[in-house]
Design a protein around this ligand. Structure first.
Ligand code: BES
Ligand code: ZN
Ligand code: ZN
Length: 491
C-alpha cells in the first residue's frame, strides 16, 4: 500500500473514495462543507435522512458523485466530540473507511481534518492497513474484488521526511499486527508448536535476530518440566522459542523480556472443556503471536533497548501420556506445582518461560497470555487485565495502551487472595477458588519472576473476536503488539 501527502484541491483529487470527517454537532464546515456545496447539498440531505450527527463510528456514504468532483464516492465519517480528538480517533476512522470500502476501491483520499500534530498520520495509516485485513487463505474463491493500493492524505503541513517516518512506523506496527492475526487465525492442525517455531525463525532471519529453538529433549535437559507436563498428552512435540533483538551500535542500557503463552490448542487436557468452550481454543497462542509481531516490528524500527522474545509452545491434549490432576511438577526455577486442574495449563508453561526470563537477568518482564475466562467475566471481551509487581511499570504500560488505542484495566493483587493457591503437597497449586480467578492466576505467575519488575497482561478477551466489531475483524486481533511496541519506543 502506498501513502503520500498532497496539497491538491479536495474537490479535484482523483480517487475512488474521498473520506471527510465531521465532529459531533459541528454541522457542515471545513471539508464537509466544500464537498457538500460542490455536490449541491446532497451530502447534507443524506445525513439528515440518516440522522447522522458526527458521532464517533457513524458514517454516511455517497456511492456516486456524478462527476461533480474528482472523487467517485464520498464517505462522511463521524469523529465524535472535538475535545476527544486524538490519534486514536483517526486510527478508527482509517479502520472504518478501509473496512467499509476495501472491496470496492483501490484508491482513497483523506481530508486535511484527519491530520493533526505528531502521531496522527501514523495512526491513520495504521488504521487503513488494519482495516484492510482479511484472512482468506482457506477460501477457495479468495479473490477480493479489489485491494487498496494508493492512499493520499490531503495536507500541506508536513515535511516529507516527517511524513515518511510516520508512514514507516505505521507500516511496521500494523503489518506485524496483521502477522499476529494470521498466526492466530491459522487452524490448529496447521499452526502446531513446530510451525510456530518455523514462523519465529523466519522472522529472526528476516530481521537479523538471534533465534534459539529448544525441542523436547532440550526442554527436558534444561529442566522446563512445566512444558514437558502440559505437552505430554499430545503427539505434537513442544517448542521453547527464544528470539533476541539487539539494538545497533552502543551496548544497551536496558533489557526487556516479552513472554507469550503459545498453546496452539487447548482442549483442557484430562479436565476436558465442554465442546462450546473448546471451540476457538486455537487462539490460545495469541500471546505468542503478539510476541512474534512485536519482535518483527522491533527488527524494523530498531529501538535502543535489548529485547528477548520468549515463547512456551505446546498443545494441551488428552493422549495416553497426558499429565493429571494431583501430579506435582518442578518448574525451571525449582518451585513445585501441584496440578489441580489440567485446564489451567497456561500458567504452568509460563512458569518455565518466566523463570527463564528472570534467569537472563533482564530489567523488566512483560507477559501476554490468554490466561483466564475469569478475566473475560470481569472485564468483558474488549479489555485486557493488567497485573504485576511494580506499579511504575504498570502505569507506563497503561499509558502506552491508551495511546495505542488498546484497552487495559489494572486488577488488584489483593494479599488476602494469596492463600488460595497454597498447596498441601507442593509449593503452590495451579488453581485457587472460583473467585478472583484472573488475579490468583497472576499470583501464581509471580512465583516465577523473582524480584524482576514484571507485568502480566491477560488478553483472553481482546485477543480474539467471534463477531466482527467496529474496529476489529472476526478472529485474531493482534492485541498487544501496538501497546508493547509503543511502550518500547517511548523507553
Ligand atoms: N485458555 C484458557 C483461558 C481462556 C478462556 C482463553 C476463554 C480465552 C477464552 C485457559 O487455559 C483456561 O482454560 N483457563 C481456565 C482456568 C480454570 C481451570 C481455573 C478457565 O479460565 O476456565
Ligand atoms: Zn486451559
Ligand atoms: Zn489455555
Amino acid at each position: 500500500m502506498n501513502f503520500r501527502q498532497s496539497d491538491e484541491d479536495i474537490l479535484k483529487v482523483k480517487t475512488d473514495l474521498l473520506v471527510v470527517g465531521m465532529f459531533k454537532g459541528d454541522k457542515f464546515s471545513g471539508s464537509a462543507k466544500s464537498v457538500n456545496d460542490a455536490l449541491g447539498d446532497v451530502l447534507k440531505g443524506l445525513s439528515e435522512e440518516e440522522k447522522f450527527e458526527g458521532d464517533m463510528g457513524k458514517w454516511v456514504i455517497l456511492s456516486s458523485t456524478f462527476r461533480k468532483i474528482g472523487a467517485k464516492r464520498v464517505l462522511l465519517l463521524g469523529l465524535g466530540e472535538k475535545s476527544g480528538f486524538t490519534p486514536d480517533t483517526v486510527r478508527k476512522a482509517g479502520i472504518l473507511a478501509a473496512k467499509k470500502l476495501k472491496d470496492a476501491c483501490t484508491s482513497i483520499a483523506f481530508g486535511p481534518e484527519f491530520c493533526g500534530a505528531r502521531g496522527y498520520v501514523s495512526a491513520l495509516a495504521e488504521g487503513v492497513i488494519l482495516g484492510s485485513y482479511e484472512f482468506s487463505k482457506y477460501k477457495t474463491n479468495n479473490g477480493a474484488e479489489s485491494e487498496i493500493e494508493n492512499v493520499v492524505v490531503l495536507t500541506e503541513h508536513m515535511k516529507d521526511r516527517k511524513f515518511e517516518e510516520e508512514i514507516n512506523l505505521a507500516k511496521a506496527v500494523s503489518e506485524s499486527t496483521c502477522l499476529a492475526r494470521d498466526l492466530v487465525n491459522e487452524p490448529p492442525d496447521y499452526m502446531t508448536p513446530s510451525r510456530l517455531a518455523d514462523a519465529a525463525s523466519a522472522i529472526a532471519d528476516e530481521g537479523d535476530m538471534k533465534c534459539e529453538i529448544f525441542d523436547l529433549d532440550e526442554i527436558k535437559r534444561r529442566g522446563m518440566a512445566g512444558i514437558v507436563a502440559v505437552s505430554s498428552g499430545s503427539d505434537e512435540p513442544p517448542r521453547f522459542i527464544h528470539l533476541t533483538y539487539e539494538p545497533p551500535g552502543k551496548k544497551p542500557k536496558t533489557t526487556l523480556a516479552v513472554v507469550g503463552k503459545g498453546i496452539t490448542f487447548d482442549s483442557g487436557g484430562l479436565c476436558i472443556k465442554p465442546a462450546d468452550s473448546m471451540r476457538t481454543m486455537k487462539m490460545d497462542m495469541a500471546g505468542a503471536a503478539a510476541v512474534l509481531g512485536i519482535m518483527k516490528t522491533l527488527s524494523r524500527l530498531r529501538p535502543s533497548i535489548r529485547v528477548h522474545g520468549l515463547i512456551s509452545s505446546c498443545e494441551n491434549m488428552t493422549g495416553p501420556g497426558a499429565y493429571k490432576p494431583d501430579d506435582v511438577i518442578r518448574a525451571y526455577n525449582g518451585k513445585t506445582i501441584e496440578v489441580i486442574n489440567t485446564d489451567a495449563e497456561g500458567r504452568i508453561v509460563l512458569s518455565d518461560a518466566l523463570s527463564y526470563a528472570a534467569h537472563l537477568k533482564v530489567d523488566e518482564i512483560i507477559d501476554l497470555a490468554t490466561l483466564t475466562g475469569a478475566c473475560m467475566v470481569g472485564l468483558g471481551t474488549y479489555t485486557a487485565g493488567l497485573m504485576g509487581n511494580n506499579q511504575k511499570l504498570l502505569d507506563r504500560l497503561k499509558k502506552a495502551a491508551d495511546s495505542a488505542g488498546e484497552k487495559m484495566w489494572q486488577l488488584p493483587m489483593d494479599d488476602e487472595l494469596r492463600g488460595d493457591i497454597k498447596s498441601d503437597v507442593a509449593d503452590i497449586k495451579n488453581v485457587g477458588s472460583r473467585w478472583g480467578g484472573a488475579i490468583t492466576a497472576a499470583m501464581f505467575l509471580e512465583h516465577f519472576v523473582g524480584d524482576t519488575p514484571w507485568a502480566h497482561i491477560d488478553i483472553a478477551g481482546p485477543a480474539y473476536t467471534e463477531k466482527e466489531s467496529n474496529w476489529n475483524p472476526k478472529g485474531g486481533t493482534g492485541f498487544g503488539v501496538r501497546t508493547i511496541v509503543s511502550y518500547i519506543m517511548e523507553r
